[in-house]
Design a protein. Structure first.
Length: 100
């Protein structure tokens, strides 16, 4: 049941993120009361509340790279990630090949 719940949680987070940002989050300055910031805030809150609990099962495995890739991060080949604390805007993350 835990594996099913983890998979469904990751699927829901990915779907919401891409529905709100079909082309991904772009770096820039946005008005705090604007639509762009509101959408970013919704995704940020969702990832803050759920992402850490969801990916704890994937830490140190290639599945973590896949989860981050689904959320928009650019992850190189041979990357091993042990921690994702505070990562709430994966679109702005780029990790080169072979990083550990």
């Amino acid at each position: 049941l835990t594996a099913l719940g983890t998979g469904l949680s990751m699927l829901c987070m990915t779907a919401v993120k891409w529905l709100l940002f079909p082309t991904g989050v772009k770096p820039g300055r946005y008005p705090i009361y604007g639509w762009y910031y509101f959408r970013w805030w919704v995704v940020h809150q969702m990832l803050t509340m759920n992402f850490g609990r969801t990916v704890v099962f994937f830490t140190g495995t290639p599945l973590l790279n896949a989860c981050l890739w689904l959320l928009g991060a650019k992850i190189g080949k041979g990357v091993l990630l042990e921690e994702t604390y505070g990562l709430t805007t994966p679109d702005l993350v780029s990790i080169g090949d072979g990083c550990h």
